[in-house]
Design a protein around this ligand. Structure first.
Ligand code: FES
Length: 273
């Protein structure tokens, strides 16, 4: 059993879990993900590591309550509670090195998994610019944590209620024009990552994305997380989740993400009753 040592709500639907998992914390690197299962009979869900503390032996994840399991996590589990399975770290870590100017872009919940990458690039001696975007002011989180490791930080809101009005892609385009990065890391919803990739493509700036493909086993056995990268089939759980965004077939991936829509809606409906 794994214990939740801290729970923090960021909004009505977004929350943080810090869980006690010393073995996972010892091995975790930026870019890794974990899989958890709440109880017997519940599904396994992948979550990207948002932070790890080797001394405390904890892993932090930021979750949005959208589907059945994440809603159950939000409503039925409190600080101090335990849940059944916690497996990780899984996937390949991000390749971190001294790359010059690195721009780290996070969209919504994607801001959380960008954070350990930002910290690692900064500690590796890079100049770091953070661009984090939210729908509105109420959804902004971790601005202070980003400030600690960013040489420059741009906070964007879609509705202009805080920071720079508009999407992260606008800020990213301006940075590419004025202060061309050597590397961009973009994490967020698929359409946002796709838009970031198309923003940097004309500038020829390598852009790494973290693909939240649908995962079942998380160990390369089921093929559910299949993505096409550079014309080749890759399994996001063992060969990713970070890939060169300019080579990813986003159109196919977005279509595949919709394939369980009906079942997901039915599970959500069931949970509501
Ligand atoms: Fe099954 Fe990746 S989740 S192969």
């Amino acid at each position: 059993m794994t214990r939740i040592v801290r729970r923090q709500a960021f909004s009505d639907t977004t929350f943080l879990w810090e869980v006690e998992a010393p073995d996972v914390a010892r091995a975790a690197q930026p870019g890794h993900f974990v899989m958890l299962r709440l109880h017997e009979g519940s599904e396994r869900i992948p979550l990207t590591v948002a932070d790890f503390d080797r001394e405390k032996g904890t892993i932090t994840m930021v979750v949005q309550a959208l589907g059945k399991t994440t809603r159950e996590m939000m409503t039925n589990y409190a600080e101090g509670d335990t849940f059944l399975d916690f497996v990780g770290p899984l996937g390949l870590p991000q390749h971190v090195g001294k790359f010059g100017h690195v721009v780290l872009v996070g969209g919504g919940l994607g801001v959380a998994p960008v954070y350990p990458q930002l910290r690692a690039f900064k500690e590796a001696g890079c100049r770091t610019t953070g661009v984090i975007g939210f729908r509105n002011k109420d959804l902004v989180f971790w601005e202070d944590k980003f400030k600690t490791y960013c040489d420059d930080l741009v906070v964007c809101t879609d509705d202009g209620s805080y920071g720079k009005p508009g999407f992260v892609t606008q800020a990213l385009k301006e940075i590419c024009e004025k202060d061309k990065p050597d590397l961009v890391v973009a994490i967020g919803p698929l359409p946002m990552m796709n838009a970031c990739v198309e923003t940097t493509r004309p500038f020829g700036v390598k852009t790494m994305v973290s693909l939240n493909a649908i995962m079942v086993d998380g160990t390369g056995m089921c093929g559910s997380c299949r993505v096409t990268v550079d014309g080749k089939v890759k399994f996001a759980c063992v060969e990713g989740p970070d890939f060169d965004g300019h080579k990813v077939d986003f159109k196919e991936l977005m279509a595949r993400q919709r394939r369980f829509k009906e079942q997901e809606a039915a599970a959500n409906q069931d949970y509501a009753h």
